[in-house]
Design a protein around this ligand. Structure first.
Ligand code: DOR
Ligand code: ZN
Length: 344
């Protein structure tokens, strides 16, 4: 087997770039690995207007290192109050998608949707305008076990939503279960899904290996091995419905190693390396390029990239921590440990 892998430059269809000093710290990592990235809107306060999205785009661009070709793709945070009239301005601003966070489902989701029915007129306008809906697919019902929240979301929310808006393009973000993988596999071409590196590499044992490991905690939380295997099968199937979305979600290490640990794995530093490891372990390195570089732009109806990147099979040690904003440090997933691939 060759020890290098040449790919069309990949894109990240789901990333958290944060804002302010934190943004300055993390944008260079994503811009180094990816040509484009879908920038999540869950800032404090969230990005809810076209003007805010345009201003955020400018702040991201200002953090891209000189000479690096990187384009952020902007999203808006869907709320109960987003109106159908807002949608034209959103489209005109070049925003590509709106993100549905069920209220309270995850980090900075307090402004999220309290009842999907309240957004129906807006979803109708999005369907007409060709804007995508990106979904954090977990119910927030406290009665539902945290490990079941995605599977229950499929039945309670996703199926009715798809029936009511059959031509709205929906991305089921960061899927973590066999139920979600099966749902997307069976769906028509208007439904796609992103898959993170951590959900391809680890099952929930990783969170409890020899003690509680906060850097493996994200939402939706890692699941059982049977679910990881279903995600590997989906990602390596060659199906155009599945594509790369890291969900890289930086939190200062003091916030991760805390009595209340924020959800999120920071993977932007070594995302392609982690995906290559997962695909290699599945004997499917030949499927990595389509997953990372073709299926995403095809689903979003954007051109594929044309330049190339190279991954090399080599052992190297990921830094244990990197600077994050003014005073903080940020610990990448697998920080201080050995990786087997390197983007060069
Ligand atoms: O683990 C997560 N972190 N999941 C999310 O949905 C949000 C993200 C964040 O913003 O930190
Ligand atoms: Zn996310």
């Amino acid at each position: 087997m060759s020890d290098t892998l040449s790919l069309i430059r990949p894109d990240d269809w789901h990333v958290h770039l944060r804002d302010g000093a934190a943004l300055q710290s993390v944008v260079p990592y994503t811009a180094r690995q990816f040509a484009r990235a879908i920038a999540m809107p869950n800032l404090k306060p969230p990005i809810t207007t076209a003007a805010q999205a345009e201003a955020y785009r400018a702040r991201i661009m200002a953090a891209v290192p000189a000479g690096v070709d990187f384009t952020p793709l902007m999203t808006l945070y869907l709320t109960d109050r987003t109106t159908p009239e807002d949608i034209a301005a959103v489209k005109a601003a070049g925003v590509v998608a709106l993100k549905l966070y069920p209220a309270g489902a995850t980090t900075n989701s307090d402004h999220g949707v309290t009842d999907i029915r309240k957004t129906y007129a807006t979803l109708e306008a999005m369907q007409k305008a060709g804007l995508l809906l990106l979904v954090h697919g977990e119910v927030t019902d406290p009665e539902v076990d945290v490990f079941d929240r995605e599977a229950v979301f499929v039945d309670r929310i996703m199926r009715p939503l798809r029936k009511d808006f059959p031509e709205l393009k929906v991305v089921f973000e960061h899927i973590t279960t066999k139920e979600a993988a099966q749902y997307v596999t069976d769906a028509d071409r208007f439904t796609g899904a992103t898959i993170t590196p951590q959900h391809l590499l680890y099952n929930r044992n990783a969170i409890f290996m020899g003690g509680l490991r906060p850097h493996y905690y994200c939402l939706p939380v890692l699941k059982r091995e049977e679910h990881r295997l279903a995600l590997i099968k989906a990602a390596t199937s060659g199906s155009p419905k599945f594509f790369l979305g890291t969900d890289s979600a930086p939190h200062a290490s003091v916030m991760k190693e805390n009595s209340v640990c924020g959800a999120g794995c920071f993977t932007a530093l070594s995302a392609m390396e982690l995906y290559a490891e997962a695909f290699e372990a599945a004997g499917a390195l030949d499927k990595l390029e389509a997953f990372a570089s073709f299926h995403g732009p095809d689903f979003y109806e954007l051109p594929r990239n044309t330049t190339r990147v190279t991954l090399q099979k080599t052992e190297w040690t990921l830094p244990e921590a990197v600077p994050f904003g003014e005073a903080a440090q940020l610990k990448p997933l697998r920080g201080g440990e050995s990786l087997h691939w390197k983007m060069i």
